[in-house]
Unconditional design. Sequence first.
Length: 275
Amino acid sequence: MTSGEEYRFERIGPETYHHLVALVRKCFGKKITLEHVRAKYDTSRFGAADIGYLAMTAEGIPAAYYGVFPIHVEIDQVVHLAAQSGDTMTDPAHQKRGLFIRLANVTYELAKQSGVQFIFGFPNANSLPGFERKLGWSFSGELQDFKFLTGAFPLCEAAERWPVLRPIHSAWVTFQKGEVRAMTTDERVGSFGGSVLHDRKFFNYKEGLGAFWVERAGIRFLVHPNVHLYIGEILLDDPSVGVDVAMHLKALGRRFLCRQAVCTFSTGHPLFSVL
């Protein structure tokens, strides 16, 4: 535990996960479950877990959080323990007190002690200046969201807004899933010069958060119907053959009653030019 003026810094762990549930609701107005937090923060399969700190008030109320998620990254056929920065949040009542920087620094030290070799991330426009100017991050390349309107009745989006509809949408998704493709233990998917290692451990982690595989016209999609149909991975033998991936994304969105199908790729990804 580390002190920070009127705050104490407490490492995240199973006994403090409930503070994240409360903090997410304060910061973003979203309701998440303790089960979701446990699944998201259980990165032990990659060799490290719970790399992050909460800032707690003297009264024991969570004021801010910063952490990173350990993950395997493959560069030139060598696998490294890295970590993705994520879940940066500060209660509006405790902003402008330097908590983001202080929490980041103690988190980076913990990551180093835990064997993490480097940290990467995808900050939004609001967070980018802080990462660059105050934490010394450097950035190269960009990600782009591809969003496809499906024309479907937006039950997925409505279920997020009105919890009474969630069991209905969940039942519909279960009915529509179809065949789920199992990845073999040694199977790896795509390493474009240097990227997150997409192996069985990675896909097990994503599936634990609600994603699942579906196949359409020989193309395999890792999908997560949550507000919209989010696409975590697209596997096809040859991205250059001119397959109409967008058409299949729209069809999957309609299948799961999602108003949009959304995927994100870097400019160097083989599917970037296709989409």
